[in-house]
Write a protein that binds this ligand. Structure first.
Ligand code: MG
Length: 402
């Protein structure tokens, strides 16, 4: 299916109060009209864009309009005259013709696709949004001389009210009828109205409040805000591309008699120690799981199973060192680690710097990149009753190479 788009940008309107016509007003450093042209061509649905511009532009058009897929015609007195001129220039091979406002920079490919599909099926379709404000009908206009003359005659049922946006899409024969009606003198603020008058059915497809028309200084402020929100979102996407990854780890070991208490490779004086294979260093185990988890590389039990004799005597600091080397082979380095040790006794506060240094040495980072915190569990559950020590940890990895 061949699809042409028309942008009516023939106006010299300076409604925004700026010194330039509103289609040339800049949003994020690009003229409003360029946003619309770019969006249509980037949608993948539009084969050509015919832009009706002020006649004086034709001799020396702005560079963003001099490109493949874009043709320029002189605009007319009114919007509908500009559309009519552009329609005459549309490729004869086009099945569907879209009409879009120069001042709607945020039109999406999805809206364009839906409008084209609906028009191709039913003859005409417009992008529209349900009204969110209650609509009052008054015979007076905002320009009427006295405020006292402006009164509500009736309230329209809001659930039946839609606000028309663009694009508006038409099968070529339907738009031909609409344009002909306009040429015979019927005034219209949009082409859908002409199509309705010509007896065609116009379907509604979902628009968006993002698809705003920039016609007032407040609209421009909102458009800039939307653009900033978008660029913040894509910056977040870029940081994902930059390869920051977070992982969490958890471990718990029972406290038993006759064992040394080792946390972060530090032997801590206490009458009991943690049960388990090797040194049962729950702090190293939780951090190891966080590091492996950040790289989606499984967990400690998978890489260093205690059923495997070669790990039976290994120190947990060494297992952590090996895990860091494994993620390193995948191109990641550890940025920082934060861990919380939950132990009712002994008091771990005095050992925090030594535990952090032990972990930092195994990981190969500065001690300042490792944080170890100690908590009690207020006497409740196994850790609180002094039956076990639990550790929670997070690790952040950064990709250093692909
Ligand atoms: Mg463990």
């Amino acid at each position: 299916m061949q699809v042409s788009a028309i942008i009516a940008a023939g106006g010299r309107g300076r409604r925004l109060g700026a010194g330039v016509p509103k289609q040339s007003l800049e949003l994020g450093g690009r003229p409003m009209l360029q946003w619309s042209v770019d969006a249509l061509l980037a949608s993948g649905r539009v084969h050509e864009v015919v832009v009706a511009v002020p006649a004086e532009w034709l001799a020396a058009p702005p560079s963003y309009l001099v490109r493949d897929g874009v043709r320029l015609v002189a605009g007319g007195e009114r919007r509908q005259d500009s559309v009519a001129n552009a329609f005459d220039a549309v490729s004869a091979a086009s099945d569907v013709v879209l009409i879009h406002d120069a001042a709607r920079p945020f039109v999406s490919a999805a809206m364009i696709g839906e409008a084209v599909a609906a028009a191709s099926e039913s003859g005409a379709a417009i992008v529209a949004v349900p009204a969110s404000d209650t609509i009052k009908w008054s015979p007076s206009t905002p320009d009427d001389a006295t405020a006292a003359a402006r009164t509500v005659e009736r309230t329209l049922p809001r659930e039946s009210v839609y606000l028309a946006q663009t694009p508006q899409a038409f099968r070529r024969d339907v738009l031909r009828d609409a344009v002909a009606l306009g040429r015979r003198g019927v005034e219209a603020t949009d082409e859908a109205l002409l199509a309705e008058r010509a007896g065609h059915t116009v379907r509604l497809v979902a628009g968006s409040r993002r698809n705003l028309k920039v016609t007032t200084p407040e609209d421009l402020v909102m458009a800039e805000a939307l653009l900033n929100a978008d660029s913040n979102a894509s910056a977040a996407g870029a940081s994902r591309d930059a390869g920051l990854r977070i992982g969490s780890g958890y471990d718990l070991h029972r406290l038993v008699d006759g064992r040394a208490l080792i946390l972060g490779g530090v032997v801590i004086p206490f009458e009991r120690g943690l049960a388990g294979h090797s040194d049962a260093d729950a702090l190293c185990h939780a951090v190891t799981d966080a590091v492996l988890g950040a790289a989606s590389m499984g967990d400690i039990g998978q890489h260093f199973p205690d059923t495997d004799g070669q790990w039976r005597g290994a120190s947990s600091v060494d297992l952590l060192r090996r895990a860091v080397a494994m993620v390193g082979e995948r191109g990641y380095r550890v940025v920082n680690v934060d861990a919380t040790v939950v132990a009712e006794r002994p008091k771990l506060g005095p050992f925090r710097p030594a535990m952090a240094a032990g972990l930092a040495g195994a990981i190969g980072v500065e001690p300042s990149a490792v944080s170890v915190k100690a908590k009690t569990n207020e006497g409740v559950d196994a850790a609180g009753r002094g039956e076990a020590i639990a550790v929670h940890a997070v690790a952040l990895l950064e990709r250093v190479r692909r």
